[in-house]
Design a protein around this ligand. Sequence first.
Ligand SMILES: [Zn+2]
Length: 273
Amino acid sequence: MNKLLLILALLPFPLIAEIKVLSQNLQQGGFKLLELPAGSTVRLGGAAVPIVETPQGAYAMLGFDRKEAPARWLEICLPEKPCTTQKLTITSRTYITQNVRGAPKAKTNPNPAALKQMQADNAAIRAARAAVARDATQATNLGFLQPLKRPSTGRISGVYGSARLFDGQERSWHKGIDYAAPIGTPVVAPASGVVRLAQNTFMNGNLIMLDHGAGLNSMFAHLNTMQVKVGQVVRQGERIAEVGNTGRSSGPHLHWGLYVGATPIDPKLWVAQ
Ligand SMILES: [Zn+2]
């Protein structure tokens, strides 16, 4: 069903020929990638969207939340023209409930020292995401224009959006895809990017955050080894880590989270599985 909804063709914007939709999937957890004339501005629901200006064109990346409202207003202002507003209709989805058993008790019911570690981890993740936002208009980081490749060969063992129950207790919802694979299986970059974080964390274990430009960023969690450093530029398909079982994990797997800014979107709507 997802494949039917996935549109990866060059579609003309229904109203203005100068605006191209490079890729989109208008459902909860989906996205929209626009090409615009230089000097344009874009607002989604009133919030400014970063524009990446390059000699080839200007681009804007939009992401839709797990529970995105059914209608979003997209305002586009082309240089020296009146602004236009388009209503985006976002299709609703239903999500499954997943029960996770056998995760270490110390990870599901953390003690005060662990809670302190988690606060420090969250601060580091926020700082990495702030760097993604700060550089979201940089013309040198264009990984977001590449069709994404899957980062692991493993079988999909967890899907986006599901409510997570740890030993029967609901803790959160699942912000990404899980690939089950043996420890040591290579993890490759789904698109080129800049490494924003590569460190051990309490919940996510060994964690890498990769900035693909225009606000699009990936998180790779529970890694065994990490083979990149903060600030390093990696190419699409380049090996960055090994699948592991670190952090709050009940078996060897790769967790891949994909975000537009801080909004988690569904990698499966974009990547060829
Ligand atoms: Zn996961």
